[in-house]
Ligand binder design. Sequence first.
Ligand SMILES: CC(C)(COP(=O)(O)OP(=O)(O)OC[C@H]1O[C@@H](n2cnc3c(N)ncnc32)[C@H](O)[C@@H]1OP(=O)(O)O)[C@@H](O)C(=O)NCCC(=O)NCCS
Length: 181
Amino acid sequence: MISEKQTSIKCSIQTRRLFIRNLNADDVSPRYLSWLKEQSIQQFICSRTQSIKDLIMYVTEKERDPAVLFLGVFDKSAGLHLGNIKFEPIDFSAKCTNFGILLAPEAGGQGIAQEACHASFKFVFETLGLEQVNLSLFADNKPALRLYEKLNFKIAGNREYQDRPVIDMTLNRTNFYFQNA
Ligand SMILES: CC(C)(COP(=O)(O)OP(=O)(O)OC[C@H]1O[C@@H](n2cnc3c(N)ncnc32)[C@H](O)[C@@H]1OP(=O)(O)O)[C@@H](O)C(=O)NCCC(=O)NCCS
């Protein structure tokens, strides 16, 4: 099990179709930046990144933070960057973390998010020893809601953020393994 004193958490996982590893500044590309500017994505995430320089700074900051696990999801055969998964902050004392995911538009609708979440949640529950993953989503984000329900997240509350309905959800280790054994 990884101790909270470790400077940064290293992760490298292979699944049937994917290679999932720590994201670093070398992975920043115009393609990755374009996802953040895509209207279909922008409506559901809170990103202020406008340039490659901003994005390199953002990724470098996350890479160095010991309370963050920022992962890139790559196609195993072609090595193409398909998206990101982020656990931030990781609270080792409370054994919980917040979660976020972003897929390239062309990678959607193929079960890639589910495959990547399944593998990375196993990592945080088994290797990091966490007990709970929390997240928030805009209530009209139907693909995300469907994904989280499939992973067995439960609704923890409803609220508003900037006049938009938001759902808070939580997944504990027991519920994850009940659905994803
Ligand atoms: C949220 C997000 C990650 C969901 O991605 P996704 O591709 O829809 O999610 P999934 O991996 O569950 O795939 C969905 C569909 O792929 C298909 N699929 C599932 N497993 C599959 C497999 N093994 N092989 C092929 N296709 C498969 C199914 O049609 C599935 O839909 P269904 O479960 O309703 O039948 C994506 O929409 C995204 O990045 N959105 C923008 C950012 C965002 O909103 N992030 C979340 C903020 S809270």
